[in-house]
Design a protein around this ligand. Sequence first.
Ligand SMILES: C[S@@+](CC[C@H](N)C(=O)[O-])C[C@H]1O[C@@H](n2cnc3c(N)ncnc32)[C@H](O)[C@@H]1O
Length: 275
Amino acid sequence: MSEQEEMRRRYRDFPDRDKWVNEAFFGLSQVAPLLEKIAGGGRVLEVGSGTGILLNIISRRYPQLRIEGIEPVGEGFQIVDAYHRALPPSLKLHKCGYEDFCAEDGRRYQLIFAVNVFEHLHDWRHFLRFAHARLADDGRCVLLFPNYTFPYEPHFSLPIFFGKALTHRLFRRAIERYERAHGCAGYWNSLNFVTYMQVKKACARIGLAHEFDTKILREMLGRMATDAAYRERQKRLSVIAAVVKALYLDLPFNWGVLRNFTPYLKLELRRAEPA
Ligand SMILES: C[S@@+](CC[C@H](N)C(=O)[O-])C[C@H]1O[C@@H](n2cnc3c(N)ncnc32)[C@H](O)[C@@H]1O
């Protein structure tokens, strides 16, 4: 039985099981190459562990690493609480926001990562400063998140019209209906509509160098074919995504100034200069 099937079985009766298990394996595919490179004893921090499924998988796969997670059960994510009860007690999952996380003895990390968390942070610039302070000199911080310069809100599958406020005014009913149906009051409110251009500026100011991953968009388009739960959530986009993928229309988002408009980002940050 594959690890993914094992997780499906373990969480059989849990709400939105396929979504959360698949998200964990998507996250794994994104961070595994970096985890492989970290020497034994290296420290890893996942920010926004959600259900804790990914944290559990990597703790089992990489016993030689010291792995911790942070999860405050933020606004709109009440559902993940149920999953925590099925986690092994030995798992190092800190139940707080990263803002209240005090790394013991000022420890620094070889890898800090956050999968689909950055767009939910109350103050993402503060988080970048947190990452800068906690990264080891050779450390990496990997962030995966939607870019809100692209006029599409992927959590609610809605077009964006001139920012968060107007979009909310136009789609208030649909947003409220979604939150009621999914038991996730506060989900819309948690979104910060961060853009790649803003992040680039903030990184330069803080002293973080960043690398833009040119493969991620193609991988997200590929997910439409392989991940049924993801396809169902993004079904309004499925035809467009198939056309974009077939005609390689995603490629221009990797070029120069067009990068600013990419729908989804994977950024790898590191200290521009050692501390
Ligand atoms: C979309 S979920 C992603 C969960 C998980 N990374 C995944 O991919 O399944 C976003 C998560 O970010 C968490 N979060 C929100 N604010 C946070 C904060 N200040 N510190 C750490 N995590 C936070 C939420 O509680 C939620 O679990």
